[in-house]
Ligand binder design. Structure first.
Ligand code: H79
Length: 445
């Protein structure tokens, strides 16, 4: 029990910690002694309840239709890449349509690239003119329109922000993705972090109303550098205590971070080859993936995942106590290609029936297996039978007495036996192909 009155010694100690945290603002360590505010903890719970988000990669690279790494992949020079913004004029961009699409897919939040590794700000930034308002014929701030629309439609907006920068000379020394693109061999990394990056983050956290948080990427380019994380994280939490810091650094979470995210993998799996197998037991979890094989618009990538595949990914994420952040790369004219739209609509239709077993749940008591996963909300456990054709499904013991078992969709009972060895559910023969057969177990109080 924590008392409300604190001794003067305790007050003195916390004052020291407070003072010390300023002294160490520039240290390599992350936000030491970080205690998430009540608003932040509440935001974390809401994030976990949301389960399904839309990831959007959109930038001047979209013009070339070859993904967001085209600058690096083609080893373009600054002079060459600098020509791109003059072709970016998304006359068909309509924030309302994008937000409506996310909602119709059953997605509860949007995470959009405010700037990717090319360093090009897709928002009105005063920190440099390398931004959409000053460099493109479009001349407007789409993030502002999107933020306003998200607020209107009740969807949280997160900003992806690349710490890695292939354009700014002060991103020096350069990292693992270095190539000779015409930048000088000197630069002031501290100025890049403290003035440029923190300056832009201040803009993002000040000019767009309440935002969901910042999704960082690219720290893996210089894993051993001092990124001034303590300072940057403190700035974000000070400007918007409820904003979540979601770092995609592929490492164990550091103090000050609010969500652990896994790129193209479920938590703890490392099929992508760069993720950590460590899973935080404290933080909300997220798994990002993309609808085809690309993040930014890629005209040559028709490897679309089917609605069934996407739905299974979402269910597997939820069963692993994780969100799914599913990416689309809109076209340079601001439209979202039909192949994405039809698949997202199909997922939305599916989730409108199955949503109870996903939204607001946490990973269930039975470890995920090839057969499927479980999710849980209060005294209800949802058994998601994804891949099991046999007539009996034997599950390990769970604490609590199962009072009833029913099919989620039909509401009809499922025969079961529960004893000390576990729980056996009797399944009817597989009829027509269904993505997920969901049984709702209700536990006795
Ligand atoms: O924004 C999307 C991608 O552009 C970005 N993250 C997602 C969300 C991304 N960039 N790179 N990757 C994903 C893959 C990472 C590859 C890496 Fe490496 C392997 C990073 C470190 C080892 C490539 C090879 C860079 C250095 C060596």
């Amino acid at each position: 029990m924590i008392g409300t009155r604190r001794s003067s010694a305790a007050k003195y100690a916390s004052a020291l910690v407070f003072a010390a945290s300023f002294l160490f603002l520039n240290s390599a360590v992350a936000q030491t002694g970080y205690q998430p505010s009540p608003a932040n903890l509440q935001a974390r719970r809401e994030f976990q309840d949301a389960k399904f988000g839309m990831f959007i990669h959109w930038g001047v690279y979209s013009v070339l239709g070859a993904g967001e790494w085209v600058f690096h992949e083609r080893k373009l020079t600054l002079d060459e890449y600098n020509k791109l913004p003059s072709f970016f004029d998304p006359e068909k961009f309509d924030a309302k349509t994008w937000v409506a699409l996310a909602k119709s897919a059953g997605m509860k939040y949007i995470t959009i690239t405010s700037r990717h590794h090319d360093g090009f700000a897709m928002f009105d930034s005063k920190v440099s003119d390398w931004n959409i308002v000053q460099r493109t014929p479009y001349g407007k701030d789409p993030l502002k329109m999107l933020a306003d629309e998200c607020h209107r439609q009740g969807i949280k907006l997160f900003f992806y922000y690349s710490q890695l920068d292939w354009h700014n000379p002060d991103y020096y020394p350069r990292g693992r993705t270095d190539w000779n693109n015409g930048r000088p061999d000197h630069g002031d990394f501290n100025a890049y972090l403290d003035n440029y990056m923190d300056g832009q983050l201040r803009e993002l956290l000040t000019n767009y109303g309440p935002i969901g948080g910042i999704w960082f990427d690219g720290m893996w380019d210089k894993p051993d550098a001092d990124w001034h994380l303590a300072k940057t994280y403190a700035l974000i939490h000070q400007l918007q205590p409820a904003a979540l810091i979601i770092p995609n650094h592929h490492e164990k979470p550091k103090p000050g971070e609010d969500v652990q995210t896994f790129e193209r993998d479920l938590p703890g799996q490392n099929t992508a080859g760069f993720n950590t197998e460590y899973i935080s037991s404290q933080l909300p979890l997220e798994s990002s993936d993309t609808l085809n094989d690309s993040w930014g618009f890629n005209i040559g990538d028709s490897h679309y995942k089917s609605p069934a595949e996407l739905e299974r990914r979402l269910v597997r994420a939820a069963g692993n106590n994780s969100n799914l952040l599913l990416n689309i790369g809109p076209m340079p004219n601001g439209e979202i290609q039909q192949e994405f739209v039809t698949r997202l609509h199909a997922v939305g239709e599916w989730i409108s029936k199955y949503g109870d077993s996903i939204y607001g749940t946490r990973g269930g008591p039975i470890p995920p297996g090839d057969w499927g996963v479980t999710t849980q909300k209060g005294n209800r456990i949802y058994v998601h039978v994804l891949d099991w054709g046999a007539p009996l499904l034997a599950l390990p013991p769970i604490s609590g007495k199962v009072e009833s078992a029913k099919w989620l969709i039909e509401g009809t009972p499922v025969s079961f036996t529960q004893n000390a060895d576990g729980l056996i559910l009797k399944l009817p023969p597989l009829g027509e192909e269904v993505v997920d057969r969901v049984i709702v177990l209700t536990l006795a109080d």
